[in-house]
Design a binder for this molecule. Structure first.
Ligand SMILES: NC(=O)C1=CN([C@@H]2O[C@H](COP(=O)(O)OP(=O)(O)OC[C@H]3O[C@@H](n4cnc5c(N)ncnc54)[C@H](OP(=O)(O)O)[C@@H]3O)[C@@H](O)[C@H]2O)C=CC1
Ligand SMILES: O=C1O[C@H](COP(=O)(O)O)[C@@H](O)[C@H](O)[C@H]1O
Length: 508
């Protein structure tokens, strides 16, 4: 087990939603699991005027882990954990000098023995990331003379290739790349990490993981909720920026990449960057029109309950063209994947909450056993990222009785069947990795830029007034013509709530 050194975590934007809902519960679970070092301090910093006690009370009360009934033992655990939390009021804005903050950090460092190891977590609006980095630098807080200094940056990382580059350059003025940890919570998911293990720890998959055997690859990320309270943010972002550029291209890179030499952060990330750079960038309007599709949910009734259309949501422009459904077909220009289409979609308000990868294998070269149902007899490997996490292999078996009729059977694996089935929350895993200086599951600067380079032309094309934004009733599988981008007789697989469910549907 890696050692976690004594350290201090300084959270900017500590009065916000992410701190209370994700960061503090993750830290608490790490504390309960005895993963935190002996000397550990969390210093929250933002403009809100709070004392240490008020901050503790606020994050503890707002945190989900306390919403449930708790035992006496748990209560005392929480109290000792809360003793590690402190707060510093930054005054009017994040751009004033950080002398006061530096003094507080040094005092806590002395008192609590943090060995001058500091992680700065930026959980503010992205417009403040560079400003905070600059002020930390000017206050002498980034020097690594004694102890290491790291910075964790929340998503979104940029709004386009140009802005992502600008942000990288801005951060690199004050921190070296190995000090920068760009968070993508999908990489913290156990099942996403397992994509690497499934591929590279089994000799049975690798020989078939290429254009000779794979017909196409399909990735679905579907949510059963709309934009909820985030209409203002979402309307400026849209599904392509919010999910596809970051989380889904990370998943793509793990499917596409070549085997790394070893499991070090740099070797894995080198291969991921190579994979992202090999995605064929779309340039012609014709290609963009047939290979991409955007949609928007419209008002509907789900399970008897009326739901608003996207344009009626708070914070959303009533004439908005922002997509809540994004689907992209693309090719990968390298030896392994030439001519294999990838289909990736993400959407709000679909019938099932699911993220899965489906590897569709080619039909046997020569058909010995005729089947009526061509689509259903091909081998498929379904890797379910969430929920009902697991892997399913579909293969043909003989239907008992006369003749040679083929039916599909399942070989399945469920995470829940493992002895150690407890899956660590993504933020827990990622925070612990950063505390231990392991950046494998964080995105590197060139990785983020390669992803934006692929996405930029699509975003630009979608800004065009003539590009249709197809409506789909909330609670359905997207626009009616969503299968049109597929080649041949294929279409999207509409998964159900369970790994083995063939078709997810919802009652409108
Ligand atoms: N919440 C989530 O689930 C997720 C959040 N993120 C990212 O994490 C970061 C923080 O998100 P979240 O906690 O939800 O955001 P919130 O708006 O809830 O909190 C951000 C905090 O930043 C401070 N702040 C400083 N300047 C401003 C400003 N101009 N407008 C608003 N707040 C400001 C505020 O504290 P004060 O006023 O006290 O200074 C506020 O509490 C964002 O970059 C977001 O994109 C990413 C994934 C998921
Ligand atoms: O980053 C984001 O992710 C969530 C989906 O995360 P998941 O872990 O529940 O799959 C998404 O709802 C949100 O819009 C996006 O910003």
């Amino acid at each position: 087990m890696k050692k976690t050194q004594n350290q201090m975590l300084i959270i900017f934007g500590a009065s916000g939603d992410l701190t209370a809902r994700k960061l503090v519960p993750a830290l608490y679970n790490l504390y309960k699991g005895k993963h935190l070092p002996e000397n550990f301090v969390v210093l929250g910093a933002s403009r809100s005027n709070l004392t240490d006690a008020e901050f503790r009370q606020r994050v503890v009360q707002e945190s989900k882990f306390l919403a449930e009934k708790i035992s006496k033992e748990e209560k005392s655990f929480i109290e000792t954990f809360a003793d590690k939390l402190f707060y510093e009021d930054l005054g009017d804005n994040y751009d004033s000098n950080y002398t006061g903050l530096a003094k507080r950090i040094q005092a806590l460092n002395q008192e609590k023995g943090c060995d001058e190891n500091f992680i700065f977590y930026l959980s503010t609006p992205p417009s403040l990331y560079e400003v905070i980095a600059k002020n930390l630098f000017e206050a002498g807080l980034t020097k690594e003379d004694n102890g290491w200094k790291r910075i964790i940056v929340e998503k979104p990382f940029g709004y386009s290739l140009a802005t992502a580059k600008e942000l990288n350059e801005g951060l690199h003025k004050y921190f070296n790349e190995p000090q920068v940890y760009r968070i993508d919570h999908y990489l913290g998911k156990e099942t996403v990490q397992n994509l690497l293990v499934t591929r590279f720890s089994n000799s049975i998959f690798e020989p078939t993981w290429n254009r000779r055997y794979i017909h196409h690859v399909e990735i679905t990320n579907a949510e059963t909720v709309g934009v909820e309270k985030r209409g203002g943010y979402y309307d400026k972002s849209g599904a392509l920026r919010d999910m596809f550029q970051s989380h889904l291209l990370q998943v793509v890179s793990l499917i596409v990449m070549e085997p790394p030499i070893n499991s070090s952060a740099e070797e894995i990330r080198d291969e991921k960057v190579k994979a992202l750079k090999s995605l064929r960038i779309m340039s012609s309007d014709e290609e963009l029109a047939t290979h991409t599709m955007k949609g928007q949910y419209v008002a509907s009734t789900i399970n008897g309950k009326k739901v608003k259309g996207y344009r009626e949501e708070d914070g959303v422009d009533p004439d908005s063209k922002t997509e809540t459904y994004a689907a992209v077909k693309f090719f990968v220009d390298n030896w392994r994947w030439k001519d294999v289409p990838f289909y990736v979609r993400t959407a709000k308000y679909m019938p099932t909450k699911v993220t899965e990868v489906v590897i569709h294998f080619k039909s046997p070269a020569h058909e010995v056993f005729k089947s009526q149902d061509v689509y259903r007899k091909d081998n498929k490997l379904i890797i379910r990222i969430q929920p009902d996490e697991g892997i399913l292999m579909k293969f043909g078996v003989k239907v008992p009785g006369l003749g040679f009729h083929v039916e599909q059977a399942n070989l399945d694996f469920y995470y829940s069947d493992l002895d150690s089935a407890e899956i660590m929350d993504a933020y827990e895993r990622l925070l612990l990795d950063a505390m231990q200086g392991d950046a494998t599951l964080y995105a590197r600067a060139d990785e983020v830029e390669a992803a934006w380079k692929f996405v930029d032309p699509i975003l630009k094309y979608w800004e065009n007034e003539d590009v249709p934004t197809y409506g789909y009733a909330a609670g359905t599988w997207g626009p009616r013509n969503s299968d049109d981008m597929f080649e041949g007789h294929f279409g999207w697989r509409n998964p159900g709530n369970r790994l083995t469910d063939e078709t997810g549907f919802c009652i409108l």
